[in-house]
Design a protein around this ligand. Structure first.
Ligand code: PLP
Length: 460
């Protein structure tokens, strides 16, 4: 008895995190604990749970930033309390947001880069909602001014990211998704005529199609809409979803005209937290000129002190990502972005070459001309002896996260695989991946080591 009590007494001072009370049972899942716990122990236990997640540096499925310099970590920490919506309380954070907008407007060749409108968002999805809303409002005003019906808006696009399907459903717009043609990696201009009409609020062109990583031909799409206007009078603007390409094309493909150099491009969105290299939680929406953003969409908020215009779906939002975005723009400059993405593109192209020589694969996109990425499919899925889903599973055993998924409608019988190269994914790492793909293909096509025991009776 006495001994037991002594043990309890010392336990109070004993400070190993794995011997504290909270460590003695599974963490709460349904009910908040009654009492507080030691912060080091709580942190250690949560961190241990998080270790069950995939390793972000082997996640070749995501476009998003998974590596940042120490200075970004420091700035993020220092900005933990900055609320983006309190533009009067944090005027310098607001000023930094505005500088980013104008720098991006300039990078994308806005004719009014110094004065145009734009904003930060939580990502490209929110930016797409705002871009889509501006298109819808302008179309409706035009129709109403002409005394025409304005109740059946539609938006025309190719194989878009799910955010555009959300926009259409949330804001009551018919989404006219043009199916992917055989052999195409995105929307093709000659397909437009069958889909565009007087109720089309805009066409979304994608710079970096999520499925294939290729750019859609924005200039040719704009030219086709010029021709359609000449024939019908319908003046259909283009919004470019440059979620990933907006931070690649200006550096790797400076002569490609996809941005505000094309008069028909009214607005552009990009994800700062993808190839913008900012940490997760920031996107950008920029309009060609201020008059393209209908003023009815801008709210004047007075209760923060001062009279602040806001155009956003969220109210409170963290400011750190925006400050970190400004840091990356200043820190790297155009030359820094170019070098990092040239290295990434070289790595992607080397991987593409390897994959092409392995035997069972056909490249869909070889890392040239668009995003630093590779996409491929099985040349003969029926006779390969394995599926790309099997290959995904095999690679996962070594920690690699390489997704397999079907192409969008009309081509959805084709399953493809995609590898994205970003900042922090080195040539060396991808050389190791390449070896692992080769080994996995050998195992899978030989039917050994796949975890399925050989069944001799099966083959006769
Ligand atoms: C990732 C992506 C989006 C969505 O962007 P988030 O920043 O994740 O919200 C939209 N469009 C395209 C083409 C994308 O690649």
């Amino acid at each position: 008895m006495g001994l037991h009590q002594t043990d309890r007494g010392t336990a109070e001072q004993y400070d190993d995190v794995y011997a504290l009370p909270i460590s003695e049972r599974a963490l709460a899942k349904f009910r908040m604990p009654d009492r507080p716990s030691d912060p080091r122990a709580v942190r250690a236990l949560i961190r241990d749970e998080l270790a069950l997640d995939g390793n972000a540096s082997q996640n070749l499925a995501t476009f998003c930033t998974t590596w940042s310099e120490d200075e970004v970590h420091t700035l993020m920490d220092e900005c933990l309390d900055k609320n983006m919506v309190d533009k009067d309380e944090y005027p310098q954070t607001a000023e930094i947001e505005s500088r980013c907008v104008h720098i991006l407007a300039d990078l994308w060749h806005s004719p009014e880069g110094h004065s145009t409108m734009g904003c930060s968002t939580t990502g490209s999805s929110e930016a797409a909602m705002l871009g889509g809303l501006a298109l819808k409002w302008r179309w409706r005003k035009r129709r109403q001014a002409a005394g025409q019906a304005a109740d059946r808006p539609n938006l025309v696009c190719g194989p878009v990211q799910v955010c555009w399907e959300k926009f259409a459903r949330y804001f009551d717009v018919e989404l006219r998704q043009v199916p992917l043609e055989e052999g195409a990696t995105g929307l093709r201009p000659h397909q437009l005529r069958a889909y565009v009409d007087e109720n089309t609020i805009g066409v979304v062109a994608i710079l970096g199609v999520t499925y294939t990583c290729d750019y859609e031909p924005v200039k040719e799409i704009a030219a086709e809409l010029d021709a359609i206007q000449a024939d019908t009078g319908w003046d259909v603007p283009v919004h470019v979803d440059a979620a990933s390409g907006g931070f690649i094309a200006p550096f790797l493909h400076p002569d490609l005209e996809w941005d505000f150099r094309l008069p028909r491009v009214a607005s552009i969105n990009a994800s700062g937290h993808k190839y913008g290299m900012a940490p997760l939680g920031v996107g950008w929406a920029v309009w060609r000129s201020a008059d393209l953003l209908p003023e009815e969409l801008i709210f004047q908020v007075t209760y923060l002190g001062g009279d602040m215009p806001t155009f956003a779906l969220n109210f409170s939002r963290p400011g750190g990502e925006i400050v970190a975005q400004y840091y990356t723009l200043l820190r790297l400059g155009r030359e820094g972005y170019r070098r990092i993405y040239q290295a990434a593109a070289d790595t992607a192209q080397a991987l593409a070459q390897d994959i092409a020589t392995m035997g069972p694969f056909t490249l869909l996109y070889d890392g040239r001309g668009a995003l630093p990425a590779v996409s491929y499919t099985l040349t003969n899925p029926a006779s390969a002896g394995f599926s790309l889903y099997d290959l995904t599973d095999q690679l996962r055993r070594r920690g690699w996260q390489v997704p397999a998924y079907p192409l969008p409608p009309k081509r959805d019988d084709t399953v493809i695989q995609r590898v994205l190269i970003r900042h922090g994914i080195s040539h060396d790492k991808i050389a190791l991946l390449s070896q692992d793909i080769r080994a996995a293909v050998e195992r899978l096509s030989g039917g050994i080591g796949t975890g399925t025991p050989e069944q001799p009776g099966f083959h006769h």
